[in-house]
Design a protein around this ligand. Structure first.
Ligand SMILES: NC(=O)c1ccc[n+]([C@@H]2O[C@H](COP(=O)([O-])OP(=O)(O)OC[C@H]3O[C@@H](n4cnc5c(N)ncnc54)[C@H](OP(=O)(O)O)[C@@H]3O)[C@@H](O)[C@H]2O)c1
Length: 245
């Protein structure tokens, strides 16, 4: 039986490429969506036409109960999760002096509390199997901070604290926990930035281009594989060399 990979937010800019890459590696891939049925149907139809067979479950990663229910449902219908990619995330940008409590809470709940909410119900099954891969998607802005993103930078920085601590707790159980910190990737969000601003961003990337979702998905596939078993508690920067600037 093939291993089960769960990618949260698998219908987003990076998530689709992660789902496809893991499916090509032979995993049964399950993803979540937060409620937009039309977007979900469109994703399932489009990927089915391309030869994929994804399963999608409604889940709000910011709510613990929702995550417990969805993991139990996936276990019953598909199997226990072997690979968890905590990928779902949002931004609510604005300078701190204007930042509302709502936008702070939304970003912390969706980008950081979601790691507790999703990992907690998945971990027992991994411990039972003696195998697991937990891959947490952070950001370059969690490593260096970003003007207008106090909430997002705090959440994404917290992601790696979670990774390092949990990695130590499960290291002898066949489970690895790692963080991927992408730089600027050519997703709809980044492509919506005015061209002039985008060009300035690209000028600050040593390789001279934005990343692609496939760049990140390839790294997810590697970390999910047996070949990565000596890598745990790591934060891998994948940003075209921007961290060296
Ligand atoms: N794009 C970049 O350049 C970049 C750079 C660094 C880091 N990242 C990180 O990479 C991850 C993916 O980013 P992306 O660019 O693919 O973003 P995206 O296109 O906006 O996709 C985000 C996904 O998260 C899901 N999501 C949001 N809130 C949710 C909730 N409460 N419950 C369940 N799912 C929820 C969305 O699902 P629904 O649409 O169904 O709500 C969507 O599928 C994020 O963690 C982001 O912070 C991205």
């Amino acid at each position: 039986m093939s291993k089960v990979a769960l990618v949260t937010g698998g219908m987003g800019g990076l998530g689709v490429a992660m789902c496809k890459s893991l499916a090509k590696d032979g995993y049964t891939v399950v993803t979540t969506y937060s409620g937009n049925e039309e977007k979900c149907k469109n994703f399932l139809d489009t990927t089915k036409a391309e030869g994929f067979n994804f399963k999608a479950y409604i889940c709000d990663v910011s709510k613990y109960d929702s995550c417990i229910k969805v993991v139990a449902k996936i276990k019953a219908e598909v199997g226990a999760v072997d690979v968890l990619v905590n990928n779902a995330g949002i931004t609510r940008d604005g300078q701190f002096k204007k930042m509302t409590k709502e936008s702070w809470d939304a970003v912390i709940n969706t980008n950081l509390n979601s790691l507790f909410n999703m990992t907690k119900p998945v971990l027992d099954g991994m411990l039972e199997k003696g195998f697991g891969r937990i891959i947490n998607i952070s950001s370059i802005n969690g490593q260096k901070g970003q003007f207008g993103q106090v909430n997002y930078s705090a959440a994404k920085s917290g992601v790696h604290g979670f990774t390092m601590a949990l990695a130590q707790e499960v290291a002898k159980k066949g489970i690895t926990v790692n963080t991927i910190a992408p730089g600027y990737i050519a997703t709809a969000m980044v492509m919506a930035v005015p061209e002039e601003v985008r060009n300035k961003i690209i000028a600050g990337i040593p390789v001279g281009r934005l990343g692609t979702p496939e760049d990140i998905a390839g790294l997810v596939s590697y970390i999910a594989s047996d070949a990565s078993s000596f890598m745990t508690g790591a934060e891998i920067a994948i940003n075209g060399g921007q961290h060296t600037m």
